[in-house]
Design a protein around this ligand. Structure first.
Ligand code: 13P
Ligand code: SF4
Length: 339
C-alpha cells in the first residue's frame, strides 16, 4: 500500500469535499422545488378541509398568486370577499389595510392575514387625529380617503376610494373641492382627471416603493425599446405619470396590457405584478421600469405563513366595532359608487 504524503492527502480530501459541495449545490434547487411542491399540496389539502378562500393581491409572491383562488387589486379583493358565500375562513394575502377593509365589509366572516407584520407605511402617514385637524380647518369640504389608510382614519372620512375608482368617487361628490389623502401623487392624478381642487392631506404623503420610479429611467428604457408602451400606477410621481401611455390601478394595468395595443410594455408598479402579466400574456414582454421596486411589506407573506395561517387559524384580523361601524359607511359608499 502506498502512503500519501500529508500534502497529497489534503489535496485529495479537498477535491472530494469540492465534489460533495458541488453535488449538494446542484441538488439544492431540486430540494427547494420538492419542498415547495409538498407545501403547496399541504396548503391545497388544508384549504379544502377548512373550506378556506385564499385572496392575493397582484404584488404577492408568484407562488402565492399561483395557489390563490383569486388575484386582484384592492377593490376587487374587497368585492370578492363580499361575494363569498361558501368559505368558512378567508386568508387575505396582502397588507394590513386591505385585510382590515375586508374584515370591516364582512363582519360575519373570519378574515386572516398570513403575516401581521405586512403593514403599508403610507397608511401610517395619515393618523385619525390629523384627519380631524384638516376637517377643523376645512369644515365644509368633503374628505376622501384612499383605502391605504388605517380603520381609525377611515372612520373620520366621508368616503373611501382606491386607485381604480378615485376619479369616479371624487366626481360623485357635490363639491368642487375635496380633501384627499394620504397619497399626494394620487391626489395630483385625481385633480388632473376631475378638474376639481384636490387638497392633499397630509402634504407629501407617498408610497416608498412607487417613489423609486424615475422619469429618467423610463426615458432611457424607451430609447432602448422604442416600440414599448409605458403603463404606471398613479402612486408614481407626476413626473413619471407624465411620460406614461397609461395610468391605472394594478388590475387596470393587467387589463390594459391584455389588449391589442402592443407586444412590449414598460411597467411602473411593484414588480410582483410582472408574474401575473407574464402568466396571462404569453408572447408579450414586460420590462420593469425599475426592477428594485419591491414592496417589502407585501413580500412578508410567504407560502409557509399561508400554510400556518390555514393550519392554526393564525393572525385573525379584528377591528373594534365602534371604529368598524364608521369606517364601514365610508367603504360601502365607495363600493356602491364603483359598481
Ligand atoms: P391597487 O388598488 O392598484 O392594487 O393598489 C394598491 C396599492 O397598495 C398600490 O401600491
Ligand atoms: Fe403600501 Fe406602497 Fe406597498 Fe402599496 S406598494 S402596500 S402603497 S407600501
Amino acid at each position: 500500500m502506498t502512503l500519501l504524503s500529508p500534502r497529497c492527502l489534503a489535496f485529495s480530501l479537498l477535491k472530494t469535499a469540492k465534489i460533495y459541495v458541488s453535488v449538494f449545490l446542484a441538488t439544492l434547487p431540486i430540494i427547494k422545488m420538492a419542498t415547495t411542491m409538498t407545501l403547496v399540496d399541504d396548503i391545497l389539502k388544508l384549504k379544502k378541509e377548512k373550506r378556506a378562500l385564499i385572496l392575493a393581491h397582484n404584488y404577492q409572491r408568484g407562488e402565492i398568486q399561483d395557489i390563490a383562488d383569486y388575484v386582484g387589486d384592492s377593490i376587487e379583493l374587497c368585492r370578492r370577499a363580499m361575494e363569498e358565500k361558501e368559505a368558512r375562513m378567508i386568508v387575505f394575502s396582502a397588507v394590513d389595510f386591505m385585510a382590515e377593509s375586508a374584515t370591516i365589509l364582512n363582519p360575519d366572516k373570519k378574515v386572516f392575514i398570513p403575516s401581521p407584520g405586512a403593514r403599508c407605511p403610507m397608511a401610517r402617514m395619515l393618523p385619525a387625529e390629523e384627519v380631524r385637524l384638516w376637517k377643523r380647518k376645512y369644515p365644509k369640504v368633503p374628505v376622501v380617503l384612499y383605502v391605504n389608510t388605517l380603520a381609525e382614519a377611515k372612520a373620520e372620512c366621508d368616503i373611501c376610494c382606491t386607485s381604480a375608482n378615485a376619479t369616479k368617487v371624487v366626481n360623485s361628490l357635490d363639491s368642487d373641492t375635496v380633501l384627499f389623502g394620504p397619497d399626494e401623487n394620487l391626489a395630483w392624478y385625481v385633480q388632473q382627471k376631475t378638474g376639481k381642487k384636490v387638497i392633499p392631506i397630509p402634504e407629501g404623503g407617498f408610497c416608498p416603493t412607487h417613489l423609486l420610479f424615475l422619469k429618467e429611467d423610463i426615458l432611457l428604457l424607451k430609447e432602448k425599446h422604442p416600440e414599448a408602451v409605458v403603463a404606471v400606477h398613479p402612486e408614481c410621481t407626476p413626473d413619471v405619470q407624465s411620460v406614461a401611455d397609461f395610468v391605472g390601478s394594478t388590475s387596470q394595468i393587467c387589463r390594459y396590457v391584455g389588449g391589442p395595443s402592443a407586444k412590449k410594455y414598460i411597467i411602473g408598479t411593484e414588480v410582483g405584478i410582472i408574474h401575473r402579466l407574464k402568466k396571462e400574456n404569453l408572447g408579450k414582454e414586460f420590462i420593469p421600469a425599475y426592477d428594485g421596486a419591491i414592496c417589502p411589506n407585501m413580500k412578508l407573506n410567504t407560502l409557509e405563513r399561508v400554510y400556518l395561517t390555514l393550519k392554526e387559524d393564525r393572525n385573525p384580523v379584528t377591528v373594534p366595532e365602534s371604529i368598524a361601524k364608521k369606517a364601514r359607511r365610508a367603504l360601502e359608499g365607495m363600493v356602491s359608487i364603483a359598481q
